[in-house]
Design a binder for this molecule. Structure first.
Ligand code: ADP
Length: 448
């Protein structure tokens, strides 16, 4: 097992990883930008190293600075969290060359799944159903038109290097296609420095259902059920739950088994999430994330499994501490992503948190690095807290979630707590009859 892990991240996820290490008797090294000198993960870690100025490019994405920090502190592994360098295959390779373990899959698997065109082909070859679309990237507009006409409109143009909902455009009809291609290419070039795009049938009312898997280096692969992440604003998840109100137990088990079989074929190592759109009783693979996800606590709450602990264990070469038959799903869990944003127009609201009181009680978990007096910096993602609630049924979970949201005090800045209260009081949400487009429509209502 590792003796010292460097956590190459910030905020709640740095704290989450620190907690798992601490419970495993592993020492931790925090790295931070000058803007994060007072951050909670820096305060709690055994050691800390400043790696650069506020801009993420100069700090949390600064590979030489992170490697130097690992070398000076003699860390034997690096946990990348999510975002930043977590899906950077070069980073995984470089640190391996320095004799440091990357807590994640191999560089080869990160690279494969990072290219969504290749990822789709690999998923199809491993036996997973995919969204009908172009076989590979489209080059000319004329080719794209021929393929789009064969698939049928509406069409979604997606960036091969995509992530975070960027580089995605819908063409409702033939007339929109050239424009959608140009816009998606431009956005993809700006965000990923790669303007390759591909086409998919645009699904009108799907749900986003994803399967959590974990694999060790001894050929064991286990799935930990699904998460429903259909509540999205501009293709970004806002609230996640498990089990999905749209699936029954049999559907979940069949999909999970199918995914575990595919992952075994790929020879994958570590935690990963295989994402699907679900419409008309059919699942369609869209992508695989080769890292820990923001919404992993939802799965932890219903399975009782510490995913980060298992992730660290399998990275060190240990076998999974449980088999598929040991995994049971108890009750219902929901996670609300709380951001430092205006709950009406989503303008960022960085600034000083004057009062802070986190909710508690049975079944309530708060993953956050906030404290009274902390100033939310303007440089990074606006996620400041994840409130995760567990109940024996969805109904109990919802009642508890309302109570916990009402109890939450984050004074001094505006947050999206009021949005979550609105959402969980809405009949469509309570009935579980929402799809991936529901939230954008809800937010656009003039009466809100
Ligand atoms: P990213 O990597 O940018 O997150 P994904 O491929 O995971 O991109 O898609 C993000 C979201 O975009 C999905 O959860 C879904 O809401 C929407 N989406 C993706 N593909 C389609 C599609 N073919 N039809 C309709 N919506 C889609």
């Amino acid at each position: 097992m590792f003796e010292k892990v460097l956590i190459a991240n910030r905020g709640e996820i740095a704290l989450r990883v620190h907690r798992a290490c601490r419970e495993m008797g592993i020492r931790t090294v925090a790295v931070h930008s000058t803007a994060d000198a007072d951050a909670m993960h820096v305060r709690l870690a055994d050691e800390s190293v400043c790696i650069g100025p506020p801009s993420a490019t100069a700090s949390y994405l600064n590979i030489p600075a992170i490697i130097s920090a690992a070398e000076i502190t003699d860390a034997d592994a690096i946990h990348p969290g999510y975002g930043f360098l977590s899906e950077n295959a070069n980073f995984a390779e470089i640190i391996a060359e320095h004799g440091i373990t990357f807590i994640g899959p191999t560089a080869e698997h990160i690279r494969l799944m990072g290219d969504k065109v290749q990822a789709k082909a690999a998923a199809k070859a491993a036996g997973l159903p995919v969204v009908p679309g172009s076989d590979g990237a489209v080059t000319t507009d004329a080719d794209a038109m021929a393929i789009a006409t064969a698939i049928g409109f509406p069409i979604m143009v997606k960036a091969a290097a995509g992530g975070g909902g960027r580089g995605m455009k819908v063409a409702r009809t033939k007339d929109d296609l050239a424009n959608a291609l140009a816009m998606a290419r431009r956005e993809a070039k700006a965000a990923f420095n790669d303007d390759a795009v591909y086409l998919e049938r645009f699904l009108a009312h799907p749900r986003h259902i994803e399967i959590q898997i974990i694999a060790d280096s001894h050929g064991n692969v286990v799935h930990l059920g699904e998460r429903d992440c259909s509540l999205q604003r501009r293709h970004q998840k806002v609230l996640e739950e498990s089990p999905s109100p749209a699936l029954n137990r049999g559907e979940r088990d069949r999909l999970g088994e199918r995914v575990a079989t595919a992952i075994r074929k790929l020879g994958y190592l570590g935690v990963g999430t295989v994402e699907f759109l679900y419409e008309g009783g059919e699942f369609y693979f869209i992508e695989m994330n080769t890292r820990l996800q923001v919404e992993h606590p939802v799965t932890e709450m219903i399975t009782g499994i510490d995913l980060v602990r298992e992730q660290i264990r399998v990275a060190s070469g240990a076998s999974l501490s449980f088999a598929q038959r040991d995994v049971t799903f108890e009750g219902h869990a929901i996670e609300c992503r709380i951001t430092a944003e205006n709950p009406k127009n989503f303008a960022p609201t960085p600034g000083k948190v004057r009062d802070y009181h986190a909710p508690g009680g049975l079944g309530v978990r708060v993953d956050s690095a906030l404290y009274a007096g902390y100033a939310v910096p303007p440089y990074y993602d606006s996620l400041i807290s994840k409130l995760i609630v567990h109940g024996s049924s969805r109904n109990e979970c919802l009642m508890r979630l309302r109570r916990a949201l009402e109890e939450y005090v984050i004074g001094g800045i505006q947050t999206t707590v009021p949005l979550h209260l609105e959402l969980i009081g809405n009949a469509d949400f309570v009935n579980g009859t929402y799809d991936i487009h529901w939230l954008d429509r809800f937010i656009a209502q003039p009466t809100r």
